[in-house]
Design a protein around this ligand. Sequence first.
Ligand SMILES: CCC/C=C/C(=O)SCCNC(=O)CCNC(=O)[C@H](O)C(C)(C)COP(=O)([O-])OP(=O)([O-])OC[C@H]1O[C@@H](n2cnc3c(N)ncnc32)[C@H](O)[C@@H]1OP(=O)([O-])[O-]
Length: 284
Amino acid sequence: MFRALTSTRSAFVYGAQVARLSTAKAHEMIHVERVGLNGNVGLIKLNRPKALNALCGQLMSELRVALREFDDDDKIGAIILTGNEKAFAAGADIKEMINKDFASTYSGRFLEEWTAVSDTRKPVIAVVNGYALGGGCELAMMCDIIYAGENAFFGQPEINIGTIPGAGGSQRLTRAVGKSLSMEMNLTGNRIDAKQALTSGLVSKVYPTDEVVNKAIELGEKIAAQSPLIVAMCKEAVNSAYEMTLREGLHFERRLFHNTFATKDRKEGMSAFAEKRKPTWTSS
Ligand SMILES: CCC/C=C/C(=O)SCCNC(=O)CCNC(=O)[C@H](O)C(C)(C)COP(=O)([O-])OP(=O)([O-])OC[C@H]1O[C@@H](n2cnc3c(N)ncnc32)[C@H](O)[C@@H]1OP(=O)([O-])[O-]
């Protein structure tokens, strides 16, 4: 079972990890907290359970604000995005989309707000339990790492409701799992389970449903222990593999690598190794 947050007067306990209360203002459709032993991992939990976390405008707006707050918070080194035991998210909100037309989606820049997720500079880890369908699968793929619970399902069922993916389902999924599987999922709405998501490269780890959030927190803490400056550069380098040719990407990576030599953290990291001590990062 998904392990629920247990509230105490001054702190939350998430599994073995202590999490402090967020200073962020209250949201209606998401929960926001700091987790990890040092409170340096941001946790955002989608919280619209009655609609299986369907991604309506308000939810996406709140998510954008929360991501921005964590991105701008020097104390946060990594961010986790999750849902509940039954659903990460069952897609964009179909009921909200029913009466839209071309002009309103085009002129209204429908879905533009979603790019806030992939634009986040800090690493974002998606933790998927239950359904990640349509926009839900796309949202997970906008994150940098996906951990899945054993009960996770991924799918792009837009075809069943007379449309196609609009936030990466035909693009990121194809790059992640290859053309054949992506085409099958996109043309039929066929879902894959956590096991197939792992073997096809869509997710990096699968854990029991009630453990996966804590595993992601541990991962987030490990990332948060690195130099934030170098982590941001590294994320940019890996992401360039999605957006550039191999030649351009290799060039960009080498330039970023050279740039690390302009930082104090690069010098500190190598000196600490040679002096057999832990590095102290200054993000400079
Ligand atoms: C972003 C770019 C483009 C993306 C497009 C998309 O994502 S298109 C979407 C791609 N996704 C899909 O096509 C998946 C659509 N969803 C499903 O096929 C099923 O809900 C299920 C198989 C996930 C779970 O079946 P189950 O029998 O366990 O549960 P249940 O069915 O009873 O649902 C419980 C409640 O949640 C509600 N609700 C759920 N999803 C949505 C939604 N997306 N929207 C709105 N509401 C949604 C559902 O109406 C119901 O509310 P009610 O009536 O009680 O007021």
